[in-house]
Design a protein around this ligand. Structure first.
Ligand SMILES: Cc1cc2nc3c(=O)[nH]c(=O)nc-3n(C[C@H](O)[C@H](O)[C@H](O)COP(=O)(O)OP(=O)(O)OC[C@H]3O[C@@H](n4cnc5c(N)ncnc54)[C@H](O)[C@@H]3O)c2cc1C
Length: 265
């Protein structure tokens, strides 16, 4: 359901102070399931031109990649397919400085640049979480800039007859994306109420999708499940990043038995 793709950059577009869209060329067998379709991107280190991967068959890549020197092996990060069109797809990066290899790479991306992706080859591929039941009439969607690509794609595929209450935390007023379908409550960080407070005051809903900074996501989910009594399976949630921790650290925790990207109380 997933295979490696060599991606080349067709163009970039600065959407707002925080968000940068990179459009990659993709072959016909890159097949997104839409909505919050996640996939892996592999970045070079600052001293490299291209991401370094082991020369092994696709099925054996993970152990072989882990066995390589962490200072040399490609840096693996998780992203969302914001949109796919014939021959190309958009990935929207929430820029957060040069500390993150992904953010660093994106801010310097130019047409012709290369990345490696582990991407989906069929719409039903296990990398899509936004799945409101057909009976859901009201949906809550909340996240920060890292979740904005998924939120945009989710809103474009809302089930007919369902209405969504959408809360997005952004750094600047100009980070608003006014072309999203349906109303969005934009919450400017350090000016408006926090995302967690907004969700506390949100209307009662049948289904919720939450993503973004892990501690905030956990707090929002706890409120919906513990305080409001929403059924656990009606609340989809995912920590997309953690303050002060790279994605490597989160992966290392997962492999050691923690579950930073998966359901927890
Ligand atoms: C399923 C899934 C889908 C995702 N989709 C997207 C997407 O489409 N677009 C997107 O931009 N991100 C997305 N993310 C989040 C992205 O994978 C992380 O932000 C990742 O940490 C970025 O890698 P990096 O190399 O830039 O930073 P890292 O090296 O992982 O982290 C370096 C430092 O930056 C901080 N940091 C990481 N991310 C952010 C952030 N967003 N804002 C502020 N500080 C941050 C970390 O706390 C750490 O201190 C997704 C994550 C998941 C799990």
């Amino acid at each position: 359901m997933f295979r490696f793709f060599d991606l080349s950059v067709i163009r970039t577009a600065r959407l707002s102070p925080t968000m940068l869209r990179v459009t990659f060329a993709v072959p016909a067998d890159f097949v997104s399931g839409g909505r919050d379709q996640r996939f892996k991107l592999f970045f070079p280190h600052p001293h490299q031109d291209r991401p370094v991967m082991p020369d092994v068959p696709d099925d054996d890549w993970f152990a072989a990649w882990r066995a390589l020197d962490p200072d040399e092996r490609a840096v693996m990060r998780t992203f969302t397919v914001r949109a796919q069109r014939p021959g190309e797809m958009d990935v929207d990066f929430a820029l957060h400085g040069d500390l993150g290899p992904a953010s660093r790479w994106a801010s310097r991306a130019r047409p012709g640049g290369h990345l490696l992706a582990l991407g989906p080859t069929a719409p039903d591929n296990g990398g899509v979480e936004f799945a409101p039941p057909a009976s859901a009439r009201t949906i809550l969607i909340a996240g920060d800039e890292s979740a904005l690509p998924a939120i945009g794609a989710n809103l474009e595929s809302l089930p007919s007859g369902a209405s969504a209450h959408v809360y997005v935390q952004i750094a600047h007023d100009d980070d608003r994306q006014d072309d999203l379908p349906g109303p969005v409550t934009w919450l400017v960080r350090n000016r408006d109420v926090s995302l967690a407070d907004a969700v506390q005051n949100a209307p009662v809903v049948d289904y919720a999708w939450l993503a973004g900074e892990a501690a905030t996501v956990r707090a929002m989910r706890r409120h919906l499940v513990r305080d409001r009594g929403m059924p656990r399976d009606a609340v989809e949630f995912m920590g997309y990043w953690r303050r002060g921790s790279s994605e490597e650290n989160l992966l290392a925790e997962t492999l050691a038995g923690g579950t930073p990207h998966t359901p927890e109380d």
